[in-house]
Write a protein that binds this ligand. Structure first.
Ligand code: AMP
Length: 231
Protein backbone atom coordinates (compact mmCIF):
# COMPACT_ATOMS: atom_id res chain seq x y z
CA UNK A 1 0.00 0.00 0.00
CA UNK A 2 2.83 2.39 0.98
CA UNK A 3 4.57 1.60 -2.30
CA UNK A 4 1.48 2.38 -4.31
CA UNK A 5 0.96 5.70 -2.49
CA UNK A 6 4.57 6.71 -3.02
CA UNK A 7 4.29 5.74 -6.71
CA UNK A 8 1.15 7.89 -7.10
CA UNK A 9 2.86 10.83 -5.39
CA UNK A 10 5.94 10.53 -7.59
CA UNK A 11 3.82 10.25 -10.72
CA UNK A 12 1.79 13.34 -9.74
CA UNK A 13 5.00 15.31 -9.20
CA UNK A 14 6.37 14.15 -12.53
CA UNK A 15 3.13 15.03 -14.36
CA UNK A 16 3.16 18.48 -12.76
CA UNK A 17 6.76 18.96 -13.84
CA UNK A 18 5.95 17.81 -17.37
CA UNK A 19 2.81 19.98 -17.55
CA UNK A 20 2.84 22.17 -20.67
CA UNK A 21 2.62 25.89 -19.88
CA UNK A 22 0.24 28.14 -21.71
CA UNK A 23 0.47 31.94 -21.86
CA UNK A 24 -2.19 34.28 -23.21
CA UNK A 25 -2.06 37.84 -24.55
CA UNK A 26 -5.30 39.84 -24.54
CA UNK A 27 -5.80 43.52 -25.31
CA UNK A 28 -7.64 45.89 -27.63
CA UNK A 29 -6.50 46.40 -31.22
CA UNK A 30 -3.16 48.21 -31.34
CA UNK A 31 -2.17 47.26 -27.79
CA UNK A 32 0.95 45.54 -29.15
CA UNK A 33 -0.06 41.88 -28.72
CA UNK A 34 1.47 40.83 -32.06
CA UNK A 35 4.69 42.79 -31.51
CA UNK A 36 5.16 41.36 -28.02
CA UNK A 37 4.23 37.86 -29.19
CA UNK A 38 7.02 37.94 -31.79
CA UNK A 39 9.58 38.83 -29.14
CA UNK A 40 8.24 36.25 -26.66
CA UNK A 41 8.37 33.32 -29.09
CA UNK A 42 11.90 34.25 -30.16
CA UNK A 43 13.03 34.21 -26.53
CA UNK A 44 11.08 31.21 -25.20
CA UNK A 45 10.44 29.13 -28.33
CA UNK A 46 6.73 28.63 -27.54
CA UNK A 47 4.26 27.58 -30.22
CA UNK A 48 2.47 30.78 -31.30
CA UNK A 49 -1.24 30.74 -31.95
CA UNK A 50 -2.87 34.00 -33.05
CA UNK A 51 -6.54 33.54 -33.96
CA UNK A 52 -6.36 36.86 -35.86
CA UNK A 53 -3.47 35.55 -38.03
CA UNK A 54 -5.21 32.21 -38.63
CA UNK A 55 -8.37 34.06 -39.70
CA UNK A 56 -6.50 36.52 -41.94
CA UNK A 57 -5.04 33.52 -43.71
CA UNK A 58 -8.44 31.80 -43.92
CA UNK A 59 -10.17 34.92 -45.31
CA UNK A 60 -8.20 34.55 -48.54
CA UNK A 61 -10.34 31.49 -49.37
CA UNK A 62 -13.50 32.18 -47.37
CA UNK A 63 -15.78 35.08 -48.24
CA UNK A 64 -17.85 34.69 -45.08
CA UNK A 65 -14.78 35.14 -42.84
CA UNK A 66 -13.62 38.06 -45.03
CA UNK A 67 -16.93 39.89 -44.55
CA UNK A 68 -16.94 39.41 -40.76
CA UNK A 69 -13.33 40.58 -40.39
CA UNK A 70 -13.98 43.63 -42.56
CA UNK A 71 -16.79 44.71 -40.22
CA UNK A 72 -14.60 44.12 -37.15
CA UNK A 73 -17.09 41.65 -35.66
CA UNK A 74 -16.25 38.42 -33.85
CA UNK A 75 -16.13 35.12 -35.76
CA UNK A 76 -18.61 32.51 -34.39
CA UNK A 77 -17.23 30.37 -31.54
CA UNK A 78 -17.85 27.08 -33.37
CA UNK A 79 -15.48 28.08 -36.20
CA UNK A 80 -12.80 29.51 -33.88
CA UNK A 81 -12.85 26.36 -31.74
CA UNK A 82 -12.54 24.16 -34.84
CA UNK A 83 -9.55 26.19 -36.08
CA UNK A 84 -7.83 26.13 -32.68
CA UNK A 85 -8.33 22.39 -32.22
CA UNK A 86 -6.91 21.65 -35.69
CA UNK A 87 -3.93 23.95 -35.11
CA UNK A 88 -3.03 22.31 -31.80
CA UNK A 89 -3.36 18.82 -33.28
CA UNK A 90 -1.01 19.71 -36.16
CA UNK A 91 1.69 21.45 -34.10
CA UNK A 92 4.07 20.54 -31.34
CA UNK A 93 3.15 22.29 -28.09
CA UNK A 94 5.75 20.64 -25.87
CA UNK A 95 7.78 23.83 -25.37
CA UNK A 96 4.69 25.72 -24.26
CA UNK A 97 2.12 27.71 -26.14
CA UNK A 98 1.35 31.40 -26.56
CA UNK A 99 -2.20 32.43 -27.49
CA UNK A 100 -2.81 35.88 -28.95
CA UNK A 101 -6.42 37.13 -29.03
CA UNK A 102 -7.93 33.90 -27.70
CA UNK A 103 -10.14 33.25 -25.74
CA UNK A 104 -12.50 36.14 -26.47
CA UNK A 105 -15.75 34.62 -25.14
CA UNK A 106 -16.72 32.48 -22.13
CA UNK A 107 -17.54 29.63 -24.47
CA UNK A 108 -14.02 29.85 -25.93
CA UNK A 109 -12.52 30.03 -22.41
CA UNK A 110 -14.39 26.89 -21.31
CA UNK A 111 -13.35 25.03 -24.46
CA UNK A 112 -9.76 26.12 -23.91
CA UNK A 113 -9.85 24.53 -20.43
CA UNK A 114 -10.95 21.24 -22.02
CA UNK A 115 -8.39 21.35 -24.83
CA UNK A 116 -5.58 22.10 -22.38
CA UNK A 117 -6.50 19.38 -19.91
CA UNK A 118 -6.64 16.83 -22.78
CA UNK A 119 -3.09 17.89 -23.74
CA UNK A 120 -1.62 17.88 -20.22
CA UNK A 121 -1.34 21.66 -20.44
CA UNK A 122 -2.46 24.49 -18.19
CA UNK A 123 -2.72 28.27 -18.24
CA UNK A 124 0.19 29.99 -16.46
CA UNK A 125 -0.47 33.67 -17.15
CA UNK A 126 -3.01 35.79 -18.99
CA UNK A 127 -1.51 39.18 -19.81
CA UNK A 128 -4.15 41.90 -20.10
CA UNK A 129 -2.67 44.82 -22.04
CA UNK A 130 -4.71 47.99 -21.62
CA UNK A 131 -4.98 50.90 -24.07
CA UNK A 132 -7.46 53.77 -24.45
CA UNK A 133 -9.61 54.40 -27.53
CA UNK A 134 -7.71 57.52 -28.67
CA UNK A 135 -4.37 55.71 -28.71
CA UNK A 136 -5.96 52.65 -30.32
CA UNK A 137 -7.24 54.76 -33.24
CA UNK A 138 -3.90 56.55 -33.64
CA UNK A 139 -1.89 53.33 -33.64
CA UNK A 140 -4.20 51.31 -35.86
CA UNK A 141 -4.52 54.02 -38.51
CA UNK A 142 -0.75 54.18 -38.85
CA UNK A 143 -0.16 50.41 -38.64
CA UNK A 144 1.42 48.67 -41.62
CA UNK A 145 2.24 44.97 -41.75
CA UNK A 146 4.96 43.11 -43.64
CA UNK A 147 3.37 40.88 -46.30
CA UNK A 148 6.08 38.23 -45.78
CA UNK A 149 7.07 37.98 -42.10
CA UNK A 150 4.09 39.80 -40.52
CA UNK A 151 6.17 42.36 -38.57
CA UNK A 152 4.13 45.41 -37.57
CA UNK A 153 5.30 48.96 -38.31
CA UNK A 154 3.97 52.38 -37.46
CA UNK A 155 4.19 54.92 -40.30
CA UNK A 156 4.07 57.63 -37.60
CA UNK A 157 7.44 56.53 -36.29
CA UNK A 158 8.97 55.25 -39.53
CA UNK A 159 7.80 57.86 -42.04
CA UNK A 160 9.85 56.52 -44.93
CA UNK A 161 8.94 52.89 -44.31
CA UNK A 162 7.50 51.03 -47.27
CA UNK A 163 9.55 47.84 -46.98
CA UNK A 164 10.18 45.54 -44.03
CA UNK A 165 13.51 46.20 -42.33
CA UNK A 166 13.91 42.50 -41.52
CA UNK A 167 12.99 40.68 -44.76
CA UNK A 168 12.36 43.57 -47.22
CA UNK A 169 8.77 42.38 -47.77
CA UNK A 170 6.25 44.95 -49.00
CA UNK A 171 4.21 46.62 -46.26
CA UNK A 172 0.43 46.74 -46.47
CA UNK A 173 -2.52 48.04 -44.45
CA UNK A 174 -4.86 45.38 -43.04
CA UNK A 175 -8.45 45.53 -44.42
CA UNK A 176 -9.88 45.94 -40.94
CA UNK A 177 -7.42 48.79 -40.15
CA UNK A 178 -8.59 51.07 -42.98
CA UNK A 179 -11.80 52.47 -41.59
CA UNK A 180 -12.08 54.46 -38.35
CA UNK A 181 -15.65 53.26 -37.69
CA UNK A 182 -14.48 49.63 -37.88
CA UNK A 183 -11.55 50.40 -35.54
CA UNK A 184 -13.94 51.95 -32.98
CA UNK A 185 -16.29 48.98 -33.37
CA UNK A 186 -13.44 46.51 -32.69
CA UNK A 187 -12.40 48.51 -29.62
CA UNK A 188 -15.98 48.56 -28.25
CA UNK A 189 -16.43 44.84 -28.90
CA UNK A 190 -13.17 44.19 -27.03
CA UNK A 191 -14.29 46.33 -24.05
CA UNK A 192 -17.57 44.41 -23.92
CA UNK A 193 -16.14 40.90 -24.28
CA UNK A 194 -13.20 41.33 -21.89
CA UNK A 195 -15.42 41.97 -18.83
CA UNK A 196 -16.96 38.47 -18.59
CA UNK A 197 -13.56 36.95 -19.43
CA UNK A 198 -11.97 38.82 -16.49
CA UNK A 199 -14.78 37.63 -14.23
CA UNK A 200 -14.32 34.04 -15.43
CA UNK A 201 -10.62 34.09 -14.47
CA UNK A 202 -11.00 36.35 -11.42
CA UNK A 203 -10.48 33.60 -8.86
CA UNK A 204 -7.44 32.16 -10.61
CA UNK A 205 -4.02 33.72 -10.19
CA UNK A 206 -3.52 33.94 -13.95
CA UNK A 207 -4.21 37.62 -14.57
CA UNK A 208 -1.34 40.10 -14.99
CA UNK A 209 -2.18 43.68 -16.02
CA UNK A 210 0.15 45.55 -18.36
CA UNK A 211 -0.07 49.24 -19.25
CA UNK A 212 -0.02 49.33 -23.06
CA UNK A 213 1.09 52.97 -23.03
CA UNK A 214 4.52 51.98 -21.69
CA UNK A 215 7.42 51.65 -24.14
CA UNK A 216 7.63 48.40 -26.14
CA UNK A 217 10.89 47.35 -24.42
CA UNK A 218 9.54 48.09 -20.95
CA UNK A 219 6.42 45.98 -21.64
CA UNK A 220 8.60 43.14 -22.91
CA UNK A 221 10.70 43.33 -19.73
CA UNK A 222 7.59 43.03 -17.54
CA UNK A 223 6.23 40.12 -19.59
CA UNK A 224 9.57 38.28 -19.60
CA UNK A 225 9.98 38.69 -15.84
CA UNK A 226 6.55 37.18 -15.21
CA UNK A 227 7.07 34.29 -17.63
CA UNK A 228 10.42 33.37 -16.07
CA UNK A 229 8.83 33.44 -12.61
CA UNK A 230 6.14 30.95 -13.57
CA UNK A 231 7.74 28.86 -16.34
P1 AMP B 1 -6.78 40.45 -33.92
O1 AMP B 1 -5.71 40.21 -34.92
O2 AMP B 1 -6.65 39.66 -32.66
O3 AMP B 1 -7.03 41.92 -33.69
O4 AMP B 1 -8.13 39.88 -34.60
C1 AMP B 1 -8.61 40.41 -35.81
C2 AMP B 1 -10.05 39.99 -36.01
O5 AMP B 1 -10.15 38.57 -36.06
C3 AMP B 1 -11.00 40.40 -34.87
O6 AMP B 1 -11.48 41.73 -35.05
C4 AMP B 1 -12.10 39.37 -35.01
O7 AMP B 1 -12.95 39.68 -36.12
C5 AMP B 1 -11.35 38.10 -35.41
N1 AMP B 1 -10.94 37.29 -34.24
C6 AMP B 1 -9.68 37.11 -33.78
N2 AMP B 1 -9.67 36.29 -32.72
C7 AMP B 1 -10.95 35.94 -32.50
C8 AMP B 1 -11.59 35.13 -31.52
N3 AMP B 1 -10.87 34.49 -30.55
N4 AMP B 1 -12.93 34.99 -31.58
C9 AMP B 1 -13.65 35.60 -32.55
N5 AMP B 1 -13.12 36.40 -33.49
C10 AMP B 1 -11.78 36.57 -33.49
Amino acid sequence: MKDILSYIQKRRKWLKYKMIKCFILLGPPGSGKGTQANKIIKKFNFLYLSTGDILRNAEKYDENIRNILKKGKLIPDSLIIKLITEYIKKNNIENGILFDGFPRTINQAKTLDLILSKNNAKISIIFIISLNLKETILRIKSRRVCSICGTNYSIEHNKSTDKCKICHGKLFQRNDDENEKVIINRFLIYEKQIKPILLYYKKSNFLVNINGLEKEEEIFKQITKNIIKRN
